[in-house]
Design a binder for this molecule. Sequence first.
Ligand code: PGA
Length: 262
Amino acid sequence: MKKLYFGSNLKMYKTIQETVSYLQSLYEKTKDISRDDIDLFIIPSYTALESAAKHIDQSYIKLGAQNMCWADEGQFTGEISPIMLKELGLNLVMIGHSERRHVFGETDSEENQKVKAALNHGFTTLLCIGETAQEKDYNISAEVLRMQLKIGLHDIPLSHLSNLWISYEPVWSIGVNGTPASAGYAEKMHKIIKECLTELFGDAGKDIPTLYGGSVNPDNACQLITQPSIDGLFTGRAAWQADKFEQLIRDAMASYEAQQKN
Ligand code: PGA
């Protein structure tokens, strides 16, 4: 059975104290689940990272940053460098989340610079991609995803691939006004992503985990996780209470295991 990936981006929610108590509770509730079966990760705000890293055993819950500058240091007011994140004991960084691209105007070539820097510094690097509603209407989702992958992963050496994860998050599916992608649609796009990764990296591309994100909730988690090309769930709102996230993880795991036995 393949390893499943479960994670949450806390966005600009939760204070330092709230983050630490959420993480402690999530740890208590999920520590019995073998980490050979799942990878569990949480991506808090920058200000909570230091305390989070002090309180949480990252062999149980990996901690990540929501963004990172490509440069090690320099005249980049307001940015955080890979070296600063390493100093906190972090090994995971998310690049190109939909809100970075669409609220803050980041481009594919900027994501590429960040992905390269993150991989060079040994971070597990979670690159997020996804088409807008308009691009879906134009029926160019496949083209958009392929472009985001081809530019975002330009010039990445094969030796770094084992640290690369991809999350497919259609822009129209994210947040309070989002509509979750159907499991069938998500699977279709994940297949396109996996094909593109194989085209870019050969067989090694097949091993890159691809997660689905965008209004994952208790009603759709099991259907999504049992799609053959979906390796994990990247959950926002439905994960922000530890007991709810625990239940979602356990239900998704049970569905996946039951499917594998049949
Ligand atoms: P959501 O967020 O699950 O609240 O839609 C997903 C995300 O932005 O990663």
